[in-house]
Design a protein around this ligand. Structure first.
Ligand code: SF4
Length: 331
């Protein structure tokens, strides 16, 4: 496979590429990566990946997560369906993927199935990441019926004790019941989607159970198992072994500033999934005004950190200045 082909598959996955490509999307994707490579600060290309924080509310209190610790960085709330639809309408000629999660539990937004269905009807592949710790079978079945493409379920343990060492307030038995119920419903309804991944975030207290979890995942019948090392500045919680990294963690250049955009529940725009505090927002969405925000001073100055020339003479966004991607370029 060519380098270009590998890049496409790595960025999007086969499903999104195969099912959702149009000449306009492909051209935009190529221009976005060319702009990234050239370090252009003002761009005519659009993002082709959308991350939507459909809510920043969560039902768990995971100690390694800012939301779980109550550090929301903005008011708590739920994205209205109408705002989501306006945003999709503006970007749908270019979007391959909509990731409908970021800092909260997406199933707490009751409009999630309508959002999935709207995006999928508009030829955009959807993905949801959930703790699956809900007592509503109907809501889970709605995900399947809405046409969701990918579902990642966070299960970082193999029994209640190992699971709760991370997922404070979670119910391991409930999650496993829901996972089995979802797989059974998908099979009964004759669908191949959503593709379901068991994700195991590895930290010091649960690293001994990774292989057992992999075996359980095989037995229950999920489509994939992913072990990824926790991101933490506290070295005492890091695993001693080597596991996979979180998506995007190992990149040195920030392609997100050219390819991806984040819509928060309150209509604010962010540059990447690390960002959750309101003071780090890059703008606020107004219908019909997306490209003005996409090329505002904050986006341009942030892109300039990766080799761009000219543009606004403003201090770079604090968030990016302290990002490992920028720091690794200075070394
Ligand atoms: S914080 Fe890092 S990953 Fe996020 S947009 Fe800035 S440079 Fe990119």
């Amino acid at each position: 496979m060519t380098r270009w082909g590998r890049l496409l598959v790595r960025s999007l996955g086969w499903d999104a590429l195969r099912c959702n490509s149009t000449p306009k999307k492909l051209t935009n994707l190529g221009r976005a990566h060319l702009n990234c490579r050239l370090g252009r600060m003002w761009v005519a290309s659009h993002p082709y990946v959308l991350i939507v924080d459909v809510t920043n509310l969560c039902n768990l209190r995971c100690r390694f997560c800012p939301t779980g610790r109550g550090e929301y960085g903005r008011q708590k709330g739920i994205l209205p369906l109408a705002t989501f639809q306006q945003f999709i309408d503006e970007l749908k000629p270019y979007l391959y993927l909509a990731l409908l999660y970021d800092w909260g539990e997406p199933l707490l937004n009751g409009e999630l199935p309508r959002m999935i269905a709207y995006a999928e009807q508009n030829n955009i592949c959807t993905s949801v990441h959930s703790n699956l710790c809900v007592r509503d079978d109907g809501a889970l079945r709605e995900l399947v019926d809405a046409g969701l493409s990918h579902l990642t379920v966070s299960v970082d343990g193999v029994d209640p004790c190992s699971y709760r060492s991370f997922r404070t307030g979670g119910d391991f038995a409930l999650v496993m019941r829901n996972l089995a119920g979802l797989l059974e419903y998908r099979s009964r309804s004759g669908r191949r989607k959503p593709r379901i991944t068991w994700k195991y975030v590895v930290h010091r207290a649960n690293e001994a159970y990774v292989e057992k979890a992999r075996q359980m995942a095989r037995e229950i019948g999920v489509d994939a198992f992913l072990a990824a090392t926790i991101q933490s500045e506290d070295s005492s919680v890091l695993p001693r072994g080597t596991f996979g990294s979180m998506p995007g963690q190992d990149q040195k250049r920030c392609s997100w500033l050219w390819t991806t955009v984040v819509l928060h529940w309150d209509g604010c725009i962010g540059p990447c999934c690390y960002q959750f505090r309101q003071e780090d927002d890059f703008g606020r969405y107004e219908p019909g005004e997306f490209m003005r925000i996409w090329n505002n001073d904050r986006f341009q100055v942030a892109r300039g950190l990766f080799g761009g020339a000219g543009g606004a003479e403003l201090p770079p966004p604090v968030l990016c200045l302290h990002c490992h991607k920028v720091e690794s370029r200075r070394r």
